[in-house]
Ligand binder design. Structure first.
Ligand code: PLP
Length: 386
């Protein structure tokens, strides 16, 4: 097994997914995880931006435990009022009250289904995506991901994708002009790529251009959605409405849930999309607890509040080159690789941070209910280390 500090450990039978932090969490609460020796770590990464309402939130525990005692799972072949409750809460909190909701289990699956649905709807196959994008590892999602190293030989003969620079309006129009494009897919803020984002103006431009050229706008809000940037979806900063919105990470606060919001003009008929596990009772209970908490604890407002504080503090540190991203989806960029800094933060200060494709960037994705007091040790640690 490869650890973040480069240590190789032999453990038979386990696939080496990612380099691992040399930490073994055994319990977690709020913005903290604790190892087997009760050593406390500040979680500014939330396991890849998954922890929206924090670890072991009491409402989450109560709702999921209660549901498990009633009925944990049944498939989409029976009536499930709990799905309707989830859909009503999600569409109303996100403002997408006229969209349909389809449940699945992960971010890649959401994008896979979004791309497929766009193609069903338009009858076309070409897709426009952006440099630096990451949309997942299933076939279609991987095909629109800007990382050839992740593709196997069988992924090579897939549908045509045109990769453009973010915010390049003329290249977008050029790529759309034949009217043979099914969809434009873009992240609200790029996560894995390193926190670059479409400008609000560019999102408006894409939205208008898609309508004009009969293509659909798919917003990948898998990481940037669910309040993370200070709006329910990052693209809502730009006041645009997307045709398909793909979601996952924060939806279940650790329970694997993904979903698609589908605009009413898209003729999504039964059979186009399907799932065994998507929208099961337990997933819905977890998802409802997340939405209730986001609303009751005004977490989207909290994101803006804590973000403002953090950005102001970070801007005062002159060794930081640039602060990227929005809300509590931030990239702290330096002139040099941050591998050593991340290790120091983790092992000397007990603070989890994330990396990205940009080796010089720290990725910060704390739970949305983190307080200013809780995030201060990060700033203090940076001041000591830099
Ligand atoms: N889309 C974005 C923007 C992501 O950040 C990710 C994962 O990091 C995915 C899609 C894929 O999600 P999953 O790992 O749940 O398949």
């Amino acid at each position: 097994m490869t650890t973040l500090s480069g240590v190789k450990k032999q453990e038979s039978g386990l696939f080496d997914v990612y380099p691992r932090f040399d930490v073994t969490p055994t319990r977690a609460e709020g913005v903290y995880v604790y190892d087997q020796n009760e050593k406390k770590y500040l979680d500014l990464y939330g396991g890849h931006g998954v922890m929206s309402i924090g670890h072991s939130h009491p409402e989450y525990i109560a709702k999921v435990s209660h549901q498990l005692k009633q009925i944990g799972f049944y498939s989409n072949s029976v009536m499930m009022p709990i799905q309707e409750e989830f859909a009503e809460k999600l569409t109303s909190l996100s403002g997408y009250t006229d969209h349909q909701l389809f449940f699945c289990n992960s971010g890649a699956e959401a994008n896979e289904n979004g791309l497929k649905l766009a193609s069903f709807h338009t009858g076309k196959t070409k897709v426009i995506a952006f440099r630096g994008s990451f949309h997942g590892r299933t076939a279609a999602a991987l095909n629109v991901t800007d990382n050839a190293r992740l593709s196997a030989p069988l992924n090579k003969n897939n549908f045509e994708v045109v990769f453009l620079d973010l915010n390049d309006e003329s290249a977008l129009i050029e790529a759309l002009k034949e009217k043979d494009v099914s969809a434009v897919i873009v992240e609200g803020v790029q996560g894995v790529g390193g926190l670059d984002a479409p400008s609000d103006g560019f999102l408006n431009f894409i939205s208008r251009a898609c309508k004009e050229h009969e293509a659909l706008l798919i917003m990948d809000e898998v990481q940037s959605g669910y309040g993370r940037t200070g709006r329910f979806f990052a693209h809502q900063h730009a006041n645009v409405s997307a045709d398909i919105i793909c979601m996952a990470k924060g939806m279940g606060n650790g329970f694997p849930i993904g979903g698609l919001l589908i605009a009413p003009h898209i003729n999504a008929t039964p059979g186009m999309l399907g799932t065994t596990f998507g929208g099961n009772h337990l997933a819905c209970a977890a998802g409802i607890a997340v939405l209730n908490t986001i609303k009751e604890e005004s977490l989207i407002e909290n994101v803006e509040h804590v973000s403002e504080f953090l950005i102001t503090e970070l801007k005062a540190l002159t060794t930081i080159k640039k602060i990227k991203g929005r809300g509590l989806m931030l990239g702290v960029e330096f002139d040099y690789p941050v591998k050593e800094l991340r290790s120091k933060l983790l092992y000397d200060f007990q603070i989890f941070t994330g990396g990205s494709a940009n080796p010089n960037l720290l990725r910060i994705l704390p739970p949305l209910n983190i307080t200013i007091e809780e995030i201060k040790p990060f700033v203090q640690a940076l001041k000591k280390v830099l």
